[in-house]
Design a protein around this ligand. Structure first.
Ligand code: ATP
Length: 306
């Protein structure tokens, strides 16, 4: 496949559960070798989108291409080229970690070396432990390992570090970074903005089934034209701050005043909104239009049996 063909292409994707529109016409592309994050509050439509891309769920409308194929066709060849870490798993309980990986590897034409995957997933010490004896975080590492062992080109990570302790999170981040170094494409959903900031080349923020912002995490904040300039006031001794479109004039004023007094400016900072600021601003605004009813139990539907 030519390098210019996106690994994932989504155009006007739509999905309803009964009368409830969970995904309301979203567009995005993920380039090959890119780590792309889908962010959004609970119920925003992230998992629905990812399940459609994985071929676990059918869409109602729009175009979806994953590694050049429509995932709805559930081609076996496509399944072998993608790796999936689901939100919950526990498929292997009664075998050892190494046996689980070795077993799963057999379904793929060109699997990675199982011992290498054990190391990548940080499971060297647990290789001979029964999967059911693993802690929650270790189980997630096994999920990672299972997603990697087939040496897929594209990896879906649905909230990969939920429930991890800080050390396990950092270890999981290292796994994602090593995937990136291997040239893999990664689509990650997460609630953790620091995770998105640390790992993702680009993110899309979803709210109520629509993408409300997208771009590199650093640029999402930077796209705001507002700078906050803060400094410690020499008169009151407290921190003062001002929001400005262009900080040049204010900085000039502050520095010349300080130089004239023969003093330094203390605690000076010039900041733009962080990804978290942008996220909170975008996802807590009320949405004006279309009040759809929540789906009823009976409308809960299909997860295709693949
Ligand atoms: P979370 O961050 O909580 O995992 P999400 O962004 O992944 O949320 P989805 O799981 O895609 O959100 O859900 C989007 C909306 O669709 C929610 O309102 C949810 O209740 C609804 N929904 C999801 N799956 C079904 C289903 N099988 N049947 C009916 N409604 C569903």
């Amino acid at each position: 496949m030519a390098a210019t063909v996106p690994a994932i292409l989504v155009r006007d994707l739509r999905k309803s559960y009964g009368g409830f529109q969970a995904v309301r016409g979203i567009d995005f592309e993920v380039a090959q070798g890119e780590v792309f994050g889908l962010l959004g509050p609970n119920g925003a439509g992230k998992t629905t989108t990812v399940e459609i891309l994985e071929g676990y769920r059918n869409r109602d409308g729009g175009i979806v291409s994953v590694l050049g194929h429509d995932p709805e066709r559930r081609l076996r060849d496509l399944r072998k080229r993608i790796g999936i870490v689901l939100q919950t798993s526990g498929m292997y309980r009664h075998v050892t970690v190494r046996e689980a990986l070795a077993h799963w590897a057999r379904f793929y034409p060109h699997p990675r070396d199982v011992d290498e995957v054990l190391s990548l997933a940080g499971l060297d010490e647990k290789r001979d432990a029964l999967a059911r004896t693993l802690s929650g975080g270790q189980m997630r590492r096994l999920d990672f390992g299972l997603a990697l062992v087939g040496d897929p080109e594209l990896i879906f990570l649905d909230e990969p570090t939920t429930g991890f302790d800080p050390a396990a999170r950092r270890a999981a981040w290292d796994v994602v970074r090593s995937l990136q170094e291997l040239g893999k494409t990664v689509l990650i959903t997460t609630h953790y903005l620091d995770e998105a900031q640390a790992l993702c080349d680009r993110v899309a923020i979803i709210k109520e089934g629509r993408i409300v912002a997208s771009g590199p995490p650093a640029e999402l904040g930077a796209s705001s034209s507002i700078y906050t300039v803060a400094w410690r006031s020499p008169e009151s001794g407290t921190i003062e701050s001002r929001q400005v479109d262009d900080p040049t004039a204010l900085l000039h004023q502050l520095t010349s005043a300080a130089l004239a007094r023969g003093e330094s400016i203390v605690d000076l900072s010039v900041t733009r909104p962080s990804l978290e600021d942008v996220y909170l601003e975008l996802t807590t605004e009320p949405v004006a239009d279309e009040s759809e009813a929540e789906p009823s139990e009976s409308e809960s539907q299909e997860v295709a049996d693949v």
